[in-house]
Design a protein around this ligand. Structure first.
Ligand SMILES: Nc1ncnc2c1ncn2[C@@H]1O[C@H](COP(=O)(O)OP(=O)(O)OP(=O)(O)O)[C@@H](O)[C@H]1O
Length: 265
């Protein structure tokens, strides 16, 4: 039977909503400027020569971490950022989250990107319990909403009886689990996750992967920085391979991970 006009309109609205861009990165460059005595030429022989010649180290050194990156992310995508250490993944994530200014180029976002960790808000001397409430408030939930979601967060984090101990007594893995559990309780337009899943055990990782899929289905966009290629292929629809601050490849997660593994093995 032929589709009614209403069905066709609904379908095309759905399709165009799924295609809607959430993040546009246009020829982005990020340059860190490192000031002070530790800013040297970077290699030992050069530093040694400077000492022999009694020259002062240069006052400022520039690190060009992201070099002309351009891409568009859409609603419903989860994008894995992969690449060697120092290739610029975290820098790119922080720039998209609005935490680093563009040296050149621009980042446009629809909605407020959230970078997981609510680190700034969480406090080591407070118990996990208190930190959950604090983290929820920092994400803009009301006290009533925070209370309502408290039990879900504790369950998701799997921290059990540790929840009423101060957060400074947690291992780094336990802290990451709590951060993920807090951030994942709310849907985000753009959620950015930096390696949070690497620290969990298999069970926590599986639950996190399921939750990422749900967040993506709730019409958001998820960015994930990970050194675990399995996590990227299992949770991401697309992957961007960064190399020395430039995009080496951008495409469906399986093909990019395959090409990256072949180049690095
Ligand atoms: N705060 C900073 N000040 C100066 N340089 C920095 C700073 N943070 C990162 N860098 C430099 O920027 C480059 C990219 O670093 P970035 O942390 O973005 O890479 P990454 O791909 O996330 O690395 P990793 O996989 O090791 O986490 C590196 O050369 C790094 O030394």
């Amino acid at each position: 039977m032929a589709e009614s006009i209403d069905e066709r309109v609904a379908q095309s609205v759905k399709e165009s909503d799924e295609q809607a861009p959430t993040v546009i990165v246009d020829d982005l460059h990020i340059v860190y400027r490192v000031y002070g005595a530790t800013a040297g030429k970077g290699n030992a022989p050069a530093a040694f020569k400077r000492i022999l010649r009694r020259q002062a180290s240069p006052a400022m050194r520039e690190v060009h971490a992201v070099r002309g990156v351009t891409f568009t992310a859409h609603r419903g995508e989860s994008i894995g950022l992969i690449g060697r250490n120092g290739s610029g993944k975290s820098t790119l994530l922080r720039a998209v989250a609005g935490l680093l200014p563009a040296t050149r180029g621009a980042v446009f976002t629809d909605g407020q990107p959230t970078l997981l960790g609510v680190n700034a808000a969480l406090m080591g001397d407070l118990t996990g319990e208190r930190n959950i409430i604090l983290g929820c408030l920092a994400m803009g939930l009301t006290p009533a909403q925070a209370k309502e979601r408290y039990a879900d967060i504790v369950e998701f984090s799997g921290l059990g009886e540790f929840i009423d101990l101060p957060m400074r007594t947690y291992s780094s893995g336990m802290q990451q689990r709590l951060r993920f559990a807090i951030a994942a309780v709310k849907s985000h337009d753009v959620l950015m996750i930096d390696e949070a899943l690497a620290t969990g055990d298999a069970e926590f990782r599986r639950r996190s992967e399921d939750r990422i899929r749900e967040l993506r289905d709730e019409a958001g966009t998820v960015f994930l920085v990970s050194h675990s290629l399995d996590v990227v292929t299992q949770t991401c629809t697309r992957a961007i391979w960064l190399d020395k601050g430039e995009i080496k490849m951008d495409g469906d997660a399986d093909s990019v991970v395959k090409a990256y593994s072949a180049a690095t093995s």
